[in-house]
Design a binder for this molecule. Structure first.
Ligand code: SF4
Ligand code: SF4
Length: 374
């Protein structure tokens, strides 16, 4: 598989553990879901981290994404990353890009499958405001260049909120034809992100159309773009925005969330009452094999039978989309569902927004004109 493909499919295809390697962070992002900044008092030691890599391998995980906080702030990141590679696992490092420069030689030696950097604005003012650090924008752009110079695959993650959704087109212009994979996800009200900055359902649909039209307009070589788990589900009009057909929330299945103190959840997006154990007191295989299935099955059954997910014909496959999004929004249904939004819009005969059409996007032109511009 080419690196671009791996970068795109990493979040979907492999059994991947997403590891909050430390809560320590040198950014102060408004949308940070884990309220990162200070180190947790009881983070795993180097020895414990190395053992955990081995346990993950034994439990069938073939990829680890080290994130934070900022993973490069742990002195032993290189040692642990080396162990991941030694175990022949895919290594992704998710970083804010502020200190990449200091770690280039080690990264070059490691050859991770991907270094994912956050880019949340097309202009310095927006990115720096969201990240809470002056100069962060230029540092990220510089980090992208440095990594590419060393032939290290790079991807960019953009977290969309009311603060930046209008800049997507400009961010796209920065990324085109640069062999940078791009993942778009929505900011949800967890950690320190305020609910009033979450994009509306109409804005969400607009972002989905932006992804769809970009996929149509550009080849995977020109713009390897993907919508994260929050961009679905079963639209009547838009194609799959992820690589795979949606098969339901992957928490505790192909996705595993690890907190820096050894707590295990199905996915880091989920609240702390989804912590299923700690590797200091229970073995990883015990947590994975005996706790997860039951917990997540319960949540699919908790759908209010009067609501739209319960009456949706896709429910059995879909299971109401991203569980983390539903819980963050305190909703048993998934308000950020393309199918549900479409059903509501077409029923009400009111359409969400006016979008400038590129005449080359013939497949979507009809849809835009007939359904969205009336
Ligand atoms: S309405 Fe609910 S069950 Fe149906 S596709 Fe949307 S999220 Fe999935
Ligand atoms: S909670 Fe959301 S992000 Fe996490 S695995 Fe489930 S669908 Fe994916």
């Amino acid at each position: 598989m080419s690196n671009l493909h791996y970068q795109l499919s990493n979040f979907f295809k492999h059994k991947c553990a997403v590891w909050e390697f430390t809560l320590k962070c040198n950014s102060k992002c408004i949308h940070c879901g884990s309220s990162a900044g200070k180190i947790r008092s009881n983070e795993l030691s180097t020895e414990e981290a190395l053992l955990l890599v081995n346990d993950l391998r034994s439990c069938g995980y073939d990829g680890i994404a080290l994130m934070g906080g900022e993973p490069f702030l742990r002195d032993d990141w290189y040692e642990v990353a080396q162990e991941i590679k030694k175990q022949k696992m895919k290594l992704t490092i998710v970083s804010n890009g502020l200190v990449i420069k200091n770690h280039l030689t080690k990264l070059k030696e490691l050859q991770p499958e991907c270094v994912s950097l956050s880019l949340d604005g097309a202009i310095p003012e927006t990115h720096d405001y969201i990240r809470g650090i002056k100069g962060a924008y230029y540092k990220v752009l510089e980090s992208i260049k440095l990594l590419q110079k060393e032939n290290i695959p790079v991807s960019v993650i953009t977290t969309v909120s009311k603060l930046n959704f209008k800049e997507l087109k400009l961010i796209r212009a920065l990324l085109i034809n640069r062999k940078i994979a791009w993942q778009i996800q929505i900011a949800i009200p967890i950690g320190r992100f305020p609910r009033d900055l979450v994009i509306s359902r109409k804005e969400f649909y607009g972002v989905a159309m932006f992804i769809a039209s970009s996929l149509q307009k550009y080849s995977i070589k020109e713009l390897p773009l993907i919508g994260a788990h929050c961009f679905g589900y079963f639209s009547n009009f838009l194609p799959e925005l992820g690589l795979e057909p949606w098969i339901g929330c992957q928490a505790g299945k192909s996705v595993l969330g690890i907190q820096s103190n050894g707590n295990i959840k199905g996915c880091l997006t989920l609240p702390d009452d989804f912590i299923e154990g700690n590797i200091r007191t229970t073995t990883l295989s015990n947590i994975i094999n005996y706790r997860f299935d039951l917990k997540y099955a319960q949540y699919s059954e908790k759908i209010d039978l009067k609501n739209y997910c319960a009456t949706c014909k896709m429910f059995k496959k879909c299971k109401a989309g991203c569980l983390g999004t539903r819980l963050a929004l305190n909703s048993s249904d998934n308000p950020y569902c393309l199918r549900a939004i479409e059903n509501e819009l077409f029923k009400n005969k009111s359409f969400p927004f006016r979008w400038k059409i590129d005449s080359k996007i013939s497949n979507y032109k009809y849809l835009y004109q007939k359904l969205l511009l009336k």
